[in-house]
Design a protein around this ligand. Structure first.
Ligand code: NAP
Length: 430
């Protein structure tokens, strides 16, 4: 067999420990697949003395993770620290500068700096791979970059954040509101103590950014993404969606609209039995529309020790085999600036929930604003009556321009009778 493929691992948390376990547990079959032994030479984290539940005494300990970039004769550095700046960024830059391969699970780093890093990797003739960064154990990066390389991609839809999908599923199953379910998810360890990145859609947006780049051959550009989270969704929305035949999902959408690219992360209504509607609990899914392949669905666990380590190790095996592919599927210098459609020009059907004071003329006021903006109501539901108190009104609208819908909602929000911020969601008929 060939000489070992030598790696250094930076970060020994959930993913780093998972990678050590996977490489140890399946060492024999991994060596056969890789064509050589995968040898962990050195590791680094913050706290050397911490018990990590795995034996690291056989590996060299490096105090400063950034030093792994030039440490010994490593073939690749595995960056599993996280964060778009700081140590992770310094380590990845330093490793590429030193013409060594990088494997990472760090979507934040790649969403913000992926283009420059890809240029650097190509300039140095090495790989920058990140299968674990998107949808955890689901090999969607490889699928888009390699398996579907023959296709012109029309659209990619993703449920890319397991925490949000879990919260939405629990809200529906228990009838409880967002805050209550979030608190429980935090107690169970499904949500971080600071859940902002997850529930405000930022984590999903980092991932969508990378998917869009591969699917459409454009530079990853996080700044251009439209991002909205799930914190404004309440029990009425969940119940109403079900009544209309839909589920609410935090959806990442990357779609070609007449040669321009729409890119957004937002809660959407999708039909209950559609490919995205059936994805529940912590599961992730990516649904691709390609001209030859039609519409494959990829689904599985998007996070956690095992699934994430599975993807990191798959990248390492590829490198040991000598397989190198461009970071975003085409040479970085050929990635284009994305021709982006203004969100206002996109069209969709919409769901709108209003909390209004129950008095004569309110519905007429709302209908008049919608009519003035060329928006036609498809259905309108008010459950119960409570004169002079706040009641929810839920309506769906026929397809209309996003800009018209936004204008109408802002006028409705300014009505005296409108008691709370309205909840507007796109309806996606997948
Ligand atoms: N967890 C998942 O399910 C998952 C899924 C997909 C992608 N990812 C990505 O994988 C990466 C790692 O996530 P994780 O969940 O494994 O994180 P984690 O459990 O918080 O572990 C982070 C590790 O980085 C080390 N670290 C932090 N700051 C450091 C520094 N300044 N110098 C050296 N080491 C430092 C920590 O050291 P100590 O242990 O000594 O404190 C820890 O071992 C992130 O980019 C994350 O977005 C995670």
């Amino acid at each position: 067999m060939n000489k070992p493929f030598r790696i250094g691992i930076a970060g020994l948390g959930t993913v780093g420990v998972g990678v050590i376990k996977a490489l140890t547990k399946n060492a024999d079959i991994i060596a056969l697949r890789a064509g050589c032994e995968i040898k962990i030479v050195a590791v680094s984290a913050r706290n050397k003395g911490q018990d990590r539940g795995v034996d690291i005494s056989g590996f060299e300990w490096v105090d400063n993770a950034v030093d792994l970039a030039r440490y010994g004769d490593l073939d690749a550095v595995i960056e599993l620290i996280g964060g778009s700046e700081g140590v992770a960024a310094d380590l990845v830059n330093g490793t590429l500068d030193n013409a060594r391969h990088v494997v990472t699970a760090n979507k934040a780093l790649l969403a913000h700096h992926g283009y420059d890093l890809a240029l650097k990797a190509e300039d140095k003739g090495v790989s920058l791979t990140y299968e674990a960064a998107v949808a955890g154990g689901v090999p969607i990066i490889k699928a888009l970059r390699e398996g579907l390389a023959a296709n012109k991609i029309h659209a990619v839809y993703g449920i890319l954040n397991g925490t949000c999908n879990y919260i939405l599923t629990m809200m529906r199953e228990t009838g409880r509101d967002f805050a209550e379910v979030l608190k429980e998810a935090q107690e169970l360890g499904y949500a971080e103590s600071d859940p902002t990145f997850d529930v405000e859609g930022i984590d999903a947006a980092h991932k969508l950014c990378l998917i869009t780049s591969i699917a459409f051959g454009v530079k990853p550009d996080f700044g251009e993404l439209q991002v909205q989270g799930i914190s404004n969704i309440n029990a009425t929305d969940i119940a109403s969606a079900t009544e209309f035949g839909y589920r609410i999902k935090l959806l990442g959408i990357a779609r070609d609209v007449d040669g321009e690219i729409m890119q957004s992360v937002e809660p959407c209504l999708v039909p209950i039995h559609s490919p995205m509607g059936i994805i529940e609990d912590v599961y992730n899914a990516v649904y691709v529309e390609g001209d030859s392949v039609e519409s494959p669905l990829f689904t599985g666990k998007g996070a956690g020790e095992g699934p994430t380590a599975s993807s990191v190790v798959a990248d390492i095996i590829d490198l040991a085999r000598g397989i190198q592919v461009p970071t975003f599927g085409i040479a970085a210098k050929n990635l284009k600036e994305a021709p982006r459609i203004s969100m206002g020009d996109t069209r969709a059907r919409y769901y709108l929930r209003l909390n209004v004071i129950d008095r004569a003329g309110v519905i007429a006021d709302i209908a008049s604003i919608l009519k003035d903006n060329d928006i036609s109501i498809e259905s309108l539901v008010q459950h119960g009556r409570d004169p002079d108190h706040v009641v929810p009104i839920v309506l769906t609208c026929h397809e209309t321009r996003h800009a018209a819908m936004i204008e109408a909602v802002s006028l409705i929000e300014n009505l005296d009778s409108c008691a709370e911020k309205p909840c507007l969601m796109r309806i996606e008929e997948l």
